[in-house]
Design a protein around this ligand. Structure first.
Ligand code: SF4
Length: 358
């Protein structure tokens, strides 16, 4: 991609200063760095969306050990992918990851497209992930613009467009393109892209940015105007709904089993295995025979936060005799306790089942 003239006010020194800083002081040794292999870069980018680096450091090597290639991931069962993803949250990422691997194998001969436009035709790959893969792996002159980068650039340029709206997002993306290094080598694109990520993650953080140590402090409009706290501008607050769920944890001890069903898609925890869920205690009790109601052991409720929801989970255990028939009218099946590790379980459900096993 050829470099267009930079719009007025865009500091041309930004890219050289950022690349110099990244080469001297940027993060090193992350297991997805120092590779131009699209499969690894793509996997790390998807995992890092809305998930902290410390968590991804745990999941990334395990995922790669089980699925070392895009072909291995494409050939896996959805259950196995979800099981390895469980705990990372935002499960649509895992479903798209699996679908994307299958598309790369079926439609592209196992080779990722090289351009941002080609990459964005794949499931779950948006503009910023496509840009990261194209820049890191193929040296394409294209800028990532994820949430961290929007924060850095809106401060750097004192960009006051409302980033909850599409037009200002587009305008900032155009400015991000104008800030790119001119005629970069593939190594330059790696240093620049990684530099943007490192700056947003380590210095230009959401709260209390460390401006005195920032490599582009001298170029930063918000710092000069003492208005850093005003950026990024984003008016639309995420509205969170509060919900209570009653979980019926049916268990037998000989054999050691629990009753689980696969959550439907779309919806919360889609594709993961979960005990039957009821939206009220009355609905749960109505599903049980009189003896079951008496034997029910309600536990202390557990709070669990999702992006748009605050869940209050009410676990209710019911120990059944193994000879008793499966509960009438409940979807699902008995799962042996020793098979639970191979299933994708929502994190709070795994905690409940682990606690019961101790
Ligand atoms: Fe962010 Fe401060 Fe650097 Fe500006 S000077 S880019 S606000 S860390």
């Amino acid at each position: 991609m050829s470099a267009l003239p930079a719009p007025q006010g865009v500091p041309l020194a930004f890219a050289p200063q950022l690349m110099h800083w990244q080469r001297q002081h940027g993060r090193r040794g992350l297991p997805w760095q120092h590779t131009r292999e699209p499969y690894r870069v793509w996997l790390s980018e998807v995992m890092l969306q809305q998930t902290q680096v410390s968590t991804v450091l745990d999941y990334f090597p395990r995922f790669l050990a089980r699925f070392p290639t895009v072909q291995a991931l494409a050939a896996a069962s959805a259950d196995e992918v979800m099981a390895l993803w469980a705990g990372l949250g935002y499960y649509s990422r895992a479903r798209n990851l699996h679908r994307c691997a299958q598309a790369v194998v079926a439609e592209h001969g196992g080779v990722f497209p090289r351009t941002p436009a080609g990459l964005q035709t794949l499931p779950g790959i948006g503009a910023s992930t496509a840009a990261a893969i194209a820049a890191f792996c193929f040296g394409e002159r294209v800028s990532i613009v994820d949430g961290n980068v929007r924060r850095v650039l809106s401060r750097l340029l004192a960009f006051d467009g409302d980033l909850a709206q599409t037009a200002p997002q587009r305008a900032l993306w155009n400015l991000a393109q104008a800030l790119l290094p001119e005629q970069p080598t593939p190594d330059d694109m790696t240093a620049y892209t990684q530099g943007l990520m490192d700056l947003g993650a380590t210095l230009c953080t959401r709260s209390r940015p460390d401006c005195p140590r920032c490599p582009v402090q001298g170029l930063c409009r918000a710092q000069q105007l003492n208005t850093v706290a005003q950026y990024p501008v984003k008016t639309r607050a995420v509205k969170r709904r509060h919900e209570s769920w009653w979980l019926l944890l049916l268990q037998t001890t000989a054999p050691d089993r629990v009753w689980l069903l696969r959550r439907p898609a779309p919806g919360i925890w889609a594709g993961l295995y979960c005990p039957p869920v009821f939206d009220s205690e009355a609905a749960l009790l109505a599903a049980l025979p009189p003896a079951g109601r008496q034997a029910l052991r309600p536990q202390t409720p557990v709070a669990h936060s999702l992006t748009h929801r605050e869940l209050r989970l009410h676990p209710c255990w019911l120990l059944l005799d193994a000879a008793e028939p499966a509960p009438l009218g409940l979807d699902g099946a008995w799962v042996q306790a020793d098979a639970l590790h191979s299933l994708g379980l929502p994190a709070p459900v795994r905690v409940l089942l682990d606690a019961a096993a101790r």
